[in-house]
Design a protein around this ligand. Structure first.
Ligand code: ZN
Length: 343
């Protein structure tokens, strides 16, 4: 009960990629880079295990960015034609590649790191992939000419990839959809349908992660403009509750999300963001416990999984490791209290 997990990414060691930035350039190339990615994956697993995290990830050590790591292995995506584009409804600008032809996987994208992770941990393993809507929002297109067709094409490729990951022994496959918090109408029109295409025939558990973004300035400024109550989740939770996705990962730490909105996810597992990734201050177990206990009024304990708000990729390593330990300790506190043990 109250098994802990992380949204996905962890900071990379400085010998692998430039620290404290998104889209951080690699420090190595060729076989040296491949070896460093393998080493970093093992470290990420060990750090999570030592901290007491129950459902671990590869820390996304093998990809430069959570969306572009997948796109790099897709035929029809031209990284030679990168353009600067406003993304997440023009919240910030990103240099994105262009779809210039029929999309096709060149082969497995993440099988290597998933296989390494599976071989080196006995804990439950979660693996993250970008969601179709978020991919469409993070790429330029001169070929499909229609967001829905483009999303469905990506969803088909994601499904092929996800089936391979499940066959490797991944327990949970999570699709990251920060764009769901920006385009509520499109979520209902085609976002969830695209997710359903992506999870077709999957025997493992499936999850979707919806957040207010990494702890970068553009996101912090955006959050400051959202007013006293953040009600973006309210528009999409009922549709997610009716969907075939098993788990929904949400941001609740240091967030102005009214906690009662979690009640709209009845029947789903809730991965509860109880760790803020926009600040390097390490949460105390009591703070984490308080967030979990607020959520327990709206989500039964057997459906609640304490988690981080979002990926930790751009953070300092020491803070990230401290936060993982705080997360596990906070969950342990609540488990003890529920079992009638004093703190
Ligand atoms: Zn996120």
């Amino acid at each position: 009960m109250l098994e802990t997990t992380v949204a996905g990414s962890l900071p990379k060691p400085a010998w692998l990629a430039k620290p404290r930035m998104l889209w951080a350039p690699w420090q190595l190339a060729g076989e040296e880079l491949a070896e460093a990615k393998r080493d970093a994956t093992l470290l990420a697993l060990k750090q999570q295990e030592d901290a007491g995290i129950d459902i671990v990830t590869d820390g996304e050590q093998s990809r430069q960015h959570f969306v572009h790591g997948f796109l790099e292995q897709i035929e029809g995506v031209d990284f030679g034609r990168r353009v600067t584009m406003g993304i997440r409804n023009n919240r910030y600008e990103a240099l994105v590649p262009t779809v210039t032809g029929q999309l096709q996987r060149k082969g497995s994208v993440h099988a290597v790191e998933a296989g390494i992770a599976r071989a080196h941990t006995k804990r439950q393993l979660k693996f993250t992939l970008p969601g179709p809507m978020t991919i469409v929002d993070t790429i330029a297109d001169t070929y499909y000419g229609d967001n829905v067709r483009l999303a469905m094409a990506f969803a088909g490729l994601l499904n092929d990839e996800a089936r391979e990951l499940a066959a490797i022994g991944v327990d949970v496959i999570q699709f990251d959809e920060p764009a769901f918090n920006v385009y509520a109408e499109a979520v209902m029109e085609w976002g969830i349908a695209a997710l359903h295409r992506a999870i077709e025939g999957l025997a493992c558990k499936t999850a979707v992660h919806i957040c207010y973004g990494y702890g970068i300035k553009a996101n912090i400024d955006w959050k400051a403009s959202l007013g006293a109550e953040w009600r973006q989740y309210e528009a999409i939770f009922p549709a997610l509750a009716a969907s075939r996705i098993d788990q929904v990962s949400v941001e609740c730490a240091a967030a102005k999300v009214p906690i009662e909105l979690l009640g709209l996810l009845a029947g789903k597992d809730v991965l509860l963001g109880a760790i803020d990734v926009a600040s390097e201050r390490v949460e105390k177990p009591d703070e984490v416990a308080a967030t979990i206990e607020r959520a327990l009024s709206f989500v039964p304990a057997e459906r609640l999984f304490p988690c981080t708000n979002c990926g930790m990729a751009p953070m300092g390593r020491e803070a990230a490791v401290g936060k993982l330990a705080g997360l596990a300790a906070g969950a342990a506190l609540v488990r003890g209290r529920l079992a009638g043990r004093p703190d």
